[in-house]
Design a binder for this molecule. Structure first.
Ligand SMILES: Cc1cc2nc3c(=O)[nH]c(=O)nc-3n(C[C@H](O)[C@H](O)[C@H](O)COP(=O)(O)OP(=O)(O)OC[C@H]3O[C@@H](n4cnc5c(N)ncnc54)[C@H](O)[C@@H]3O)c2cc1C
Length: 384
């Protein structure tokens, strides 16, 4: 049997590119997009044959509305860019917003306070029937008391959108070097396993692997790997749910919701009902893929290096809570995977200058899909 050989890689350019980017996840691509729009010559160095990191393992939820402060600013700027890029690069974007389901008076209280603060353009309160219009499980659930629709939020299928962005960048002259590991960076040069790439400016966007080339920087920012247990399950019944769906767990997580008064009561309720879900830092949520499968998650475990063997009991908890949300006895798993992103208790966005003309950029808060396209222009304004 013969195996097809990958085509030989052409030599790296000897004339410096304007911007070299290490990493073809959403953070690297966001910088490449912005540089291309500025008319620059760009090369992207990616160690894998295609992007297989956090950027294709996620929910694809562009979760802008529940954010606050700088995160909200980046998210809103990114939102506009996602909309433009979906047209240019030809990937689908779902403009159905986010549905937040409330299953107690306290959870509804969070949404009411949030709605009063943000107004109808951003938050629309729903009664139980209103939730059921989008999420039919509300018909069978005695728990669901109401919810809110956040109409500005968006959704993409990351497994389609990330390759489409890379293809669009290639068509616009970006020189992608796949399967090329960057082993070191010095001012003006990315040293790769296939030779040196000279560049006027360099962005290192390696996601959770920022500690590989920049261990001191990572230590200063207490960067660790956040591991998430993820599942694809069969949709219960013939359902189609366009918005991303969040729950009370998300009210403990996203700044705008967590800052409301009743969020304390939501935490107390969850602590009383299911403390084991807080031990695994659950954020029960889902999105539906184009083929109907429900992407269901998630849990959060933090460590610099994770034990490689996953506890099935953690997945069982997600399945138990997911079934409860859908009002069914059990869910059938199609696929399971582990996602990892960079996390820092010190900052949501790690942007550092380890050498002149070099920026290390990592979204250290688990919302890179939502924010990277808004963050990148600010990094390049400063770098170029
Ligand atoms: C399960 C899960 C669900 C999530 N859900 C959401 C969500 O719904 N919405 C949201 O906004 N965010 C979500 N996130 C967070 C989001 O996915 C990340 O913040 C974002 O994808 C990080 O992008 P990145 O480009 O930094 O990392 P990655 O996508 O991991 O890309 C980094 C790339 O750098 C490459 N690389 C690393 N080192 C080198 C090197 N030395 N040389 C060459 N290449 C290198 C890697 O191969 C990789 O392709 C989720 C994350 C996970 C894991």
């Amino acid at each position: 049997m013969t195996t097809a050989r990958p085509p030989a890689s052409p030599p790296l350019p000897t004339r410096p590119v304007d911007l070299a980017v290490v990493g073809a996840g959403i953070v690297g691509l966001a910088h490449a997009v912005d540089a291309v729009e500025r008319g620059l010559r760009v090369a992207v160095v990616e160690r894998d044959a295609r992007a297989v990191g956090a950027s294709i393992r996620n929910f694809g939820h562009l979760c802008a509305t529940p954010q606050t402060g700088t995160v909200l600013e980046y998210a809103m700027a990114a939102r506009e860019k996602w909309l433009r890029l979906s047209e240019k690069a030809g990937f689908d974007i779902v403009r159905a917003g986010t549905l937040v389901v409330a299953r107690s008076t306290a959870e509804m209280g969070v949404l009411e306070e949030f709605a009063a603060e943000r107004g109808r353009e951003q938050v629309r309160l729903l009664d139980r029937a209103g939730v059921a219009n989008t999420f039919p499980a509300a018909h069978n659930s005695n728990e669901i008391v109401g919810g809110a629709h956040l109409p500005l939020d968006l959704r993409v299928d990351p497994r389609a959108a990330i390759p489409a962005l890379a293809d669009w960048l290639t068509a616009n002259g970006v020189d992608f070097r796949w399967h090329t590991h960057a082993g070191a960076i010095s001012p003006g040069i990315v040293h790769t396993a296939r030779g040196d790439l000279p560049a006027t400016a360099i962005v290192h966007a390696s996601g959770h692997d920022v500690d590989r080339l920049f261990p001191v920087l990572a230590e200063e920012n207490e960067v660790r790997r956040c591991k998430l247990h993820m599942l694809e399950v069969d949709p219960p019944g013939d359902i189609r749910i366009d918005p991303a769906v969040l729950t009370g767990y998300s009210m403990l997580r996203y700044g705008g919701l967590a800052a409301t008064g009743p969020a304390t009561e939501v935490r107390r309720e969850i602590t009383e009902r299911a403390p084991e879900t807080l031990d695994v830092v659950m954020n029960l949520m889902f999105t539906q893929r184009p083929d109907g499968a429900i992407v269901l998650g998630d849990t959060h475990h933090y460590n610099r290096t994770h034990f490689p063997f996953d506890e099935e009991s953690v997945t069982d908890l997600v399945l138990r809570e997911g079934a409860r949300l859908f009002g069914v006895d059990r869910l059938t798993v199609r696929r399971r995977w582990r996602g990892i992103y960079a996390d820092s208790p010190k900052t949501d966005f790690l942007v550092a200058t380890p050498a002149p003309g070099v920026r290390v950029v990592s979204v250290t808060s688990g919302i890179g899909m939502t924010t990277a396209l808004g963050l990148a222009p600010t990094v390049l304004d400063d770098l170029l």
